[in-house]
Design a protein around this ligand. Sequence first.
Ligand code: C2E
Ligand code: MG
Ligand code: MG
Ligand code: MG
Length: 291
Amino acid sequence: HAKSCGRNNFQYYISAMSARALDVLYMENALHTALDNDEYYLEYQPKLDLKTRRIVGVEALLRWDSPQLGCVMPSNFISALEESGDICQVGSWVLETAIAQAKVWMDAGRPMVVSVNVSARQFKQPDWVDEVMALLDTAGLPPGLLQIEVTESLLMDGADRNEAMIRALTQQGVRVALDDFGTGFSSLSYLRRFPITELKIDRSFVVDIRKNTTAYKVIKTIIDLGQALDIRVIAEGVETPEQYGLLAEMGCDEIQGYLLSRPLSVPAFEAFLDNFGGGQVAACQSQDKLQ
Ligand code: C2E
Ligand code: MG
Ligand code: MG
Ligand code: MG
């Protein structure tokens, strides 16, 4: 009798929890076991240099192939990983996997700068810079082929330590991009202070870019700022030839977005590279493409 009573208490406890809390518990558990079960994988989205018209890098984007839920996108699970703290372990796996992939491409004679997104929680680990350098060393990848993408909000909390970490990374040759640029605060003071190597203009500006709109002027200002500070500027979320044309005209260094390619599996990205040439660039530029 005691047993069933205990069970009833447990059931009462469960039913008193919100469905949302149960979802979170379920998700956190599933996300935890996902690492051991090999359910995570990376997709790679190419970045085009507008001047050389070459693919110069890729952004590694995390995917979760859940047996119960199917393919889950990061917007639906990164925050749960951050709350449980598992983002640190998963983030280490992302770094290790992306670094190993960058080494494979380098050895194949196609060097790519591989960008990896980093959460604040990961960045706050005491020995994180040492871990990154050790992973590069073990893989035999030159630090210049790795880029870390951080956000302004990540930098703002604990600025002194963050400054030291970014300086340590860049002094050893690792590149550091400021992701979603323009959506945070204190952009100018942080840019002056941190040795950032690339600015990524947030997609929300690119979506609204049309000649003489506010978004156009903001983007132009970011590009000019990058030129003044000698920081490369990339626009993310480029979807139309019109956006491409305006960005090229304004002197943007690189673009990333569905116009060029969606994020791809390794074999699909390699096939994309094999077939990439003037044709794709012309298609990107062509105003007729979407008409
Ligand atoms: P993000 O770093 O700003 O990545 C760009 C996001 O925009 C990606 O979404 C990408 O698929 C999407 N995107 C690229 N081009 C276009 C386009 O032309 N149009 C539209 N509508 N979207 C485009 P995704 O893969 O869902 O990633 C979302 C966010 O999740 C990322 O934003 C990043 O903040 C986070 N994330 C992804 N992978 C990781 C990871 O390994 N670690 C951490 N900590 N965060 C990650
Ligand atoms: Mg990013
Ligand atoms: Mg971004
Ligand atoms: Mg973004």
